[in-house]
Design a protein around this ligand. Structure first.
Ligand SMILES: Cc1cc2nc3c(=O)[nH]c(=O)nc-3n(C[C@H](O)[C@H](O)[C@H](O)COP(=O)(O)OP(=O)(O)OC[C@H]3O[C@@H](n4cnc5c(N)ncnc54)[C@H](O)[C@@H]3O)c2cc1C
Length: 347
């Protein structure tokens, strides 16, 4: 049995930064992620530009995710992907973490960083919709180029849908928004951008069916119903942004008390601590007063959670890590980086 100091469940921004910080604090670290790739929710918006992380120039989300992964790997943690944590139980002083592959991982502490859980897009309930998923019916956008000069119909009126509509204005020939409610619920400023570009927005409207062309798997027309009338739109692509269902797969065994009724959450106890000594939380999964559910919030949580884990294992430990400029761990790497700066890469 290999025992780790810290096991981080979830490889999104909170889990990745926890991994880095845990290494910085000399903790033997493991990270477990259910998806085949690390990065968490940031992988849902790879081409979006992220502006609101301090000290970082505006950066495409996919580059940002890769930077986070690179940083997390600096202290060579043990990494499991394609691995779903199913249950956590207490065995004496340590935790046993069971996964879908049947393996059990052992750890002195755990940082739960599962964000919104395992997210699956809410699918469209229209006859035979699945058959178009391999061609021009999308639930997320992995690259803008595909939509260059295309006519794209978007179904949805929340932040996700409207953010995509605004992004698509840069590449698509035409964007049409269809939403079943009376009013869009997205941020006003984004809606205003659509209005400025005179994007047709059909409210009280929903997709009723699709009409394929000669290729039976390609949508050529979308039939929309609105206030008892039906309308037909020629399209190149259809994007459905109706939100996500959260798979509540992670449970806590009876050896772990107290937990909330739905068996998914531990009772939170202020910032990043849970009611269970040795289990901490970071990122979107945890709540506390004035919690910031953004990337910057995940970093603060990660630092707090790791520091608490460190002090749980060693109550005499410093409360937080030495600042990076004084940290001996970076001495060698600093030399390389500075040499590169001074020589402009020409050694
Ligand atoms: C469209 C969109 C745009 C956004 N834009 C911005 C922005 O511009 N700026 C900003 O600051 N924030 C933005 N955010 C918010 C930001 O992405 C989140 O705050 C951040 O991703 C939360 O990180 P997290 O690590 O807590 O959770 P997540 O990113 O959700 O990561 C959690 C990870 O845990 C994994 N997981 C879940 N359950 C298990 C399990 N049982 N076993 C193993 N792994 C599991 C999941 O697969 C996932 O990879 C945006 C969010 C969205 C949806």
């Amino acid at each position: 049995m290999e025992l780790f100091d810290v096991t981080i469940v979830g490889g999104g921004p909170a889990g990745l930064y926890s991994t880095f910080y845990s290494g910085l604090r000399n903790l033997k670290t493991k990270i477990i992620e259910v998806q085949p790739v690390l990065g968490g929710k940031v992988n849902v918006y790879p081409e979006k530009v992220v502006w609101d992380v301090g000290g970082l120039p505006p950066v495409q989300a996919q580059v940002f995710a890769q930077n986070l992964i690179n940083q997390a790997m600096i202290f060579m943690p043990t990494v499991y992907v394609n691995t779903k944590v199913e249950q956590i139980e207490k065995q004496g002083d340590i935790f046993a973490i069971s996964t879908n592959s049947g393996d059990v991982h052992y750890s002195k502490t755990i940082i739960v960083a599962v964000g919104g859980g395992i997210l699956n897009p809410i699918k469209l309930e229209v006859d035979e919709a699945e058959k178009y998923e391999l061609t021009n019916l999308h639930y997320t956008i992995l690259g803008m180029q595909r939509f260059r000069n295309k006519r794209v119909l978007i179904s949805g009126g929340g932040n996700g849908a409207i953010d995509w509509a605004v992004e698509l204005l840069r590449t698509a020939r035409e964007v049409i928004v269809v939403y079943r409610n009376e009013q869009l619920t997205a941020h006003e400023a984004q809606v205003e951008k659509l209005n400025q570009h005179r994007v047709p927005i059909l409210l009280n409207a929903e997709i009723q069916s699709f009409v394929s062309g000669t290729d039976d798997t390609v949508i050529e027309q979308v039939i929309i119903s609105q206030n008892g009338e039906t309308y037909q739109f020629e399209v190149d692509d259809v994007l459905i942004s109706h939100g996500y269902n959260r798979e509540k797969s992670l449970t806590f065994a009876d050896s772990i008390e107290p937990k909330r009724k739905d068996d998914y959450y531990l009772v939170s106890q202020g910032q990043c601590a849970t009611s269970v000594p040795g289990i901490f939380g970071a990122g979107d999964i945890i709540t506390y007063d004035d919690k910031v559910g953004l990337l910057v919030g995940t970093f603060q949580d990660a630092v707090l959670a790791v520091n608490k884990a460190k002090m749980f294992i060693d109550p005499q430990a410093d409360q937080y890590a030495m600042v990076s400029s004084h940290n001996e761990k970076f001495n060698e790497m600093n030399k390389e980086i500075l040499e590169e700066v001074f020589t402009g890469g020409n050694k």
